[in-house]
Design a protein around this ligand. Structure first.
Ligand code: HEM
Ligand SMILES: [Cu+2]
Length: 547
């Protein structure tokens, strides 16, 4: 791979892992503060740390990692970038980084403790929102640069289907751009004028709905790149092939269609949205189970086929034949296992009535640590183990591989402890996003008398997690600067599985059709309720600083 792409991708990954270590340190502080084991100095606030944790991990770590992964994969599968593609990727990266710095400075200086969902009427310093806007615009520029590279390839290869990696990248980019329209509208037309004092009040309901129009597909923006790892990378690592090219492409299309018109499932307890629209969006939410199970099915089909090729006999003999010692595979396999309870929990969250039980409790925190915090994050770790050495032309040595295995195992143990405790505490009723847990009340104190739900489990889990995160950073630094140089850097160390696209229907790559269908679904799910929110808007709210 040419050096410009290597530099681009490494810069993105470097920023991602810087955000990662600071973000996980905040996580460590949180578990101790919540348990009253740590008192913060007067100049530091729990909600400031929690905002940093959410923004650094859920927005910054994920996004920078994803673009680094996309840039390297697009160059690997479609060929070297032209000078324009390289230039615009840099422009986008610099804008994204500028936005990141701006938002981070605001959080650190205590001007924006509004949590990563920045719900109105809490009001941060206007420059926090400007930072967010720049962040999104920068990702768009990088997205358009990658889409441009893809379009050039298609022009030069008329009639051919694009490589699966590139196809999936374009699908993810389309999802991201459509999703961001909501948050960009809210930030530009509502938050910025309001925070700078040009407008006195904000339509709270509308701002939250625009946020969640973005916030739900955001989780698919994290998940789809992980799925690229599952569909395209893992089969090659274990020596197999993509199970079905058309199934893989169809599942990505379905994710675009069913992940956007569903944001109301985060607002089920909010007044001001008629239950009919909540119900409609709940049904659309459940449609996403279809491509999710398609993904699970095809992954296990790949595993079983390969295990049998390697001589596995009987019902489960193939399972033992899989290359468990290869941490590039084991990491992602464990990530998939975490997604089973993660996905099941998601169905509970999205269910109209059951949401009532878990809404805003620690259950939700338990949920997203076994969805984005492990299946997505650990897939990214697994990709990091070969991607950084590929980019730096170094060797992922045996010693580092052993450390990586320890890292994966400790992350899993820490997460099982922390997330199970959070799920259980949430069922008892413990709220999320609070700096304290006891409320000086015996009922609340009784939550912590269980084996899992005591004060210690979450803190022990969180501490193991932070140790694991530090170990990961040690491995990343070794792979970036200190591991021995490879004698010959081959494309092979960037695993891309063979995928037979001959039978794949051409319509799956007709983006106009799918963007059209997505927009129709969005219009059906949102037009009337959003028009309602604007037409029958209450007086609106001024800004509040709750910290
Ligand atoms: C060392 C590892 C980690 C620890 C100890 C940790 C701990 C926590 C805790 C205790 C909370 C809940 C705080 C509260 O509601 O009061 C939380 C929230 C959160 N965590 Fe983590 N976490 C870790 C890693 C991650 C990772 C890797 C991600 C995502 C990639 C993540 C994403 C989030 C998000 C989005 C929130 C919600 C923030 C909010 O409510 O505004 N965490 N974390
Ligand atoms: Cu959602």
């Amino acid at each position: 791979m040419p050096n410009p792409e290597r530099k681009l991708a490494l810069t993105n990954l470097g920023i991602a892992y810087t955000a990662f270590i600071v973000g996980t340190l905040c996580g460590l502080l949180q578990v101790f503060i919540r348990n009253d084991a740590l008192q913060l100095p007067a100049w530091l606030d729990y909600y400031q740390i929690l905002t940093a944790h959410g923004v650094l991990l859920a927005l910054i770590f994920t996004t920078f990692f994803i673009f680094g992964f996309f840039q390297s994969g697009m160059s690997r599968t479609l060929g070297a970038f032209g000078p324009k593609v390289v230039f615009w990727n840099w422009v986008g990266l610099i804008i994204t980084a500028t936005g990141t710095v701006m938002a981070t400075v605001m959080i650190v200086s205590g001007e924006a403790s509004v949590l990563y969902t920045f719900y109105a009427p809490m009001m941060a310093n206007g420059f926090f929102y400007v930072g967010l806007a720049l962040f999104v615009v920068g990702t768009w520029v990088q997205s358009f640069a990658l889409a441009g590279h893809y379009l050039v390839w298609r022009k030069e290869n008329k009639g051919e289907k694009s490589p699966l990696f590139a196809y999936m990248t374009v699908a993810t980019i389309i999802l991201w751009i459509i999703a961001c329209l909501g948050v960009v509208a809210a930030v530009l037309f509502q938050f910025i004028p309001w925070a700078f004092g040009w407008k006195e009040s904000i339509n709270v309901e509308l701002s939250r709905s625009l946020f969640w129009y973005f916030g739900h597909p955001l989780v698919y923006f994290w998940l789809l790149p992980a799925y690229i790892g599952w569909y395209v990378i893992v089969p090659k690592i274990i020596g197999g092939k993509v199970f079905s090219d058309s199934l893989a492409r169809l599942s990505f299309i379905l994710f675009i269609l069913f992940s956007i018109p569903v944001g109301f499932h985060h607002q089920l307890t909010e007044p001001g949205i008629a239950s009919f629209w909540k119900f409609l969006q709940t049904i659309l939410t459940f449609m996403v189970i279809v491509p999710s199970l398609m993904t699970a099915f095809s992954m296990f089909a790949v595993f079983e086929t390969r295990g049998r090729e390697l001589g596995g006999k009987g019902l489960f003999g193939w399972f033992r034949k899989l290359p468990w010692k290869d941490v590039r595979f084991t990491s992602i396999f464990i990530a998939m296992l975490f997604f089973i309870p993660g996905g099941a929990g998601g169905i509970i969250n999205a269910s109209f009535q059951m949401n009532e039980v878990i809404h805003n409790t620690l259950w939700v925190v338990g949920h997203f640590h076994i969805t984005v915090g492990t299946p997505v994050a650990m897939t990214f770790f697994g990709i990091t183990f070969w991607l950084i050495p590929f980019l730096t032309k170094r060797v992922f040595t045996k010693a580092l591989q052993r450390l990586a295995l320890i890292q994966i195992i400790t992350w899993s143990i820490g997460m099982v402890l922390m997330s199970t405790a959070q799920h259980v505490l949430g069922l008892f009723g413990a709220p999320r996003r609070t700096a304290y847990t006891g409320y000086q009340h015996e009922d609340a104190l009784a939550w912590f008398e269980g084996i899992i739900s005591n004060h210690v489990t979450m803190a022990v889990g969180g501490s193991i997690l932070f140790l694991s995160a530090s170990l990961l950073i040690f491995i990343v630094v070794q792979l970036a600067w200190f591991a021995p140089m490879a004698e010959s850097a081959t494309q092979e160390t960037f695993p891309i599985a063979e995928s037979d696209a001959r039978e794949t229907p051409g319509i799956l790559e007709n983006w106009k059709v799918w963007i059209g269908v997505a927009l129709v679904l969005i219009a059906v799910a949102y037009t009337i309720p959003v028009a309602d929110m604007i037409q029958h808007a209450p007086p609106g709210s001024g800004g509040f600083r709750t910290w």
